[in-house]
Design a protein around this ligand. Structure first.
Ligand code: SF4
Length: 579
């Protein structure tokens, strides 16, 4: 048996902290003695696009391209950056329009973008909240400039890369991976990523796709690997892939890019697959795998990953006081909300599984010693109040002095001020919960299982004890009337002064896999069938009562404008945790 090398890649997506999936898989494979190297492309990616060279390229494009649409686009977007005008330019020039100012002061702008990025890399969260917000906006602006030569492609610190191509249309996806003019990743990968893959020369390559913005970046890598290094076996996984697996297996063209799909959590899958490749074994022994053999698709047995088996993730973090993502349970313990696709992100519907509290404490001790984080960001979809109670007891006893961000459901237990005080004492710094609708009737119809009045109480409790509340809501859930949607507005009007984190307002989108889509007639919904040759995470639909999707989108925009500062909306969930 000859040990093989595995390389795991997380395509670019987000500047401010590591994604968790690949570090967790790497940590697990290392704990099993496997030879593995991970590349979290984010760091390289943002270093490259915030470099002086890329910024200068952006400026020369801005100066020489006077195409009307392009100018109009840029000018309308640049308005979002007015808060940085003051910090970029001297008072005497402030009466000029922002675009002229930028063009006339190229060197000054490049210097300020560079300063903001260096401050982020060297001080990270050790700057005041207002300074971090300003740096965020300057970095966002710098990326806007450096992505101009690839117009209309956009690069953003929070949204990653967005192209005009629909990543779920297979033809457009293929075009995007070949478009050297608009896809900035092709030249970036050639310079920075592909040589690393070649040098490491893995036998197995794993790529994770968790978000829509990672689809084109991932397939740009896959296309090159299959052409240049065809002997490498390739497995693709991640929550988006798990969610869309039934569609992916039917599209033959996609299988030219990879050999296997890993479904659900990938720790056992990867470890067993490595063993299988080393021993020339049978893929049927590898759990949670989809692959092709002689033209047909084979699915292997489901095996639950026991979270107690997992090692501490291999974080790739060198910044001071970082935000460290962590995961103490998988799935959702409730899994009943009819609009929610999350229970379908796993290999088995709504599968819930959790790690023992004493093992979590061991992990947190390690994280504290190694990274001294600003915040441990729990990625669990929600933590049961009883588990949070137990975890709080252990944290208080161990006196770890850590700050935690958690997702919860607005359960009755949190209406107790005493319980909230205990959470605060244990280190819970911020929490995020779904209100969904301000109308109790709509939440009941959706089987949300919470009381709107409890959310009011919890927000005030959190405010009183010093926990930052972040609230998610959805307007236009099926059957919601114009009168009912205004209850969501009233909810935020009466609570906004107590919500110190994010007020997130989205409009309802019909997930392809959710309880509503199984039985759309019950909600008066008619599904408009998607076109061929594409993946469809979301379905278009019409509805015979309540708000239409278009009306819901208008309410969303109206409420967002009313309750959010548009220039600082994104990132507020973690920026609000800074002092
Ligand atoms: S909305 Fe939240 S609580 Fe409801 S099923 Fe989805 S993840 Fe679970």
């Amino acid at each position: 048996m000859k040990p093989i090398k595995t390389m795991l890649i997380a395509p670019p997506h987000f500047l401010y902290f590591n994604s968790l999936g690949i570090p967790q898989l790497t940590g697990y494979l290392e704990s099993k003695g496997r030879q593995v190297k991970q590349i979290l492309v984010d760091t390289l990616f943002y270093d490259y696009f915030l470099s002086e060279e890329q910024l200068r390229k952006g400026f020369s494009y801005l100066r020489t391209n006077v195409n009307d649409n392009f100018r109009k686009d840029i000018i309308s977007e640049i308005k979002n950056y007015l808060p940085i005008k003051q910090s970029f330019f001297t008072n005497k020039s402030l009466n000029k329009d922002l675009l002229s100012l930028i063009l006339d002061n190229k060197d000054q702008v490049i210097k300020l973008v560079h300063q903001a990025y260096v401050e982020f890399k060297t001080k990270n969260t050790q700057v005041e909240k207002e300074q971090f917000r300003l740096n965020h906006l300057i970095i966002k602006f710098g990326l806007k400039i450096s992505s101009l030569p690839y117009y209309p492609t956009k690069i953003d610190p929070i949204q990653g890369i967005t192209m005009r191509y629909n990543p779920f249309s297979i033809s457009e996806l293929e075009e995007a991976t070949e478009d050297t003019k608009e896809n900035p990743l092709i030249s970036f990968y050639k310079e920075y990523l592909f040589p690393e893959i070649k040098a490491y020369n893995p036998s197995l390559l794993g790529i994770q796709i968790n978000h829509e913005s990672q689809v084109i970046p991932a397939f740009t890598i896959l296309k090159w690997v299959k052409k240049e290094l065809p002997s490498i076996k390739v497995i693709v996984g991640g929550s988006l892939i798990s969610y869309l697996k039934d569609q992916v297996i039917k599209i033959d063209r996609l299988w030219e890019y990879f050999d296997f799909l890993g479904i659900g959590m990938g720790e056992y899958t990867l470890d067993t697959l490595v063993g299988c490749l080393e021993n020339n074994g049978d893929y049927q022994t590898v759990p949670n795998l989809l692959y092709r053999k002689n033209g047909s698709f084979l699915k292997t047995k489901f095996q639950d990953v026991n979270l107690n088996d997992l090692a501490v993730p291999h974080y790739d973090e060198s910044k001071p006081k970082p935000i460290i993502p962590y995961f103490s349970s998988s799935g959702c313990y409730w899994a009943r909300c009819k609009f929610c696709e999350y229970p379908y992100h796993h290999n088995k519907f709504g599968h819930y599984n959790s790690k023992a509290i004493d093992l979590i404490i061991d992990d947190l001790k390690h994280i504290k010693n190694e990274y001294d984080p600003h915040l441990v960001f729990f990625c669990d979809s929600d933590i049961l109040p009883s588990r949070l109670d137990e975890l709080s007891d252990a944290l208080i006893q161990e006196d770890l002095d850590l700050d935690l961000f958690v997702w919860i459901r607005a359960e009755k237990e949190f209406t107790s001020k005493e319980f909230c005080q205990k959470l605060k004492k244990a280190g819970i710094k911020a929490a995020c919960m779904g209100l969904e609708a301000g109308s109790q009737r709509i939440n009941d119809e959706m089987d949300k299982g919470i009381q709107v009045s409890d959310v009011d109480t919890i927000i005030r409790n959190f405010y009183d004890v010093g926990i930052i509340a972040n609230i998610f809501s959805i307007v236009g859930l099926p059957g919601e009337t114009r009168e009912e949607v205004l209850l969501t507005r009233e909810f935020f009007q009466r609570n906004k002064e107590f919500i110190k984190g994010d007020i997130s307002i989205s409009s309802f989108m019909l997930s392809t896999y959710c309880l509503i889509s199984i039985n759309p007639e019950e909600f008066g919904i008619e599904i408009l069938h998607p076109e061929d040759d594409q993946l469809y995470p979301i379905l278009n639909y019409s509805i015979d009562h309540g708000l239409t999707p278009e009306e819901a989108a208008l309410f969303r925009d109206r409420f967002q404008e009313e309750f959010n500062d548009s220039s600082y909306t994104d990132g507020k969930f973690f920026i609000s945790t800074l002092e």
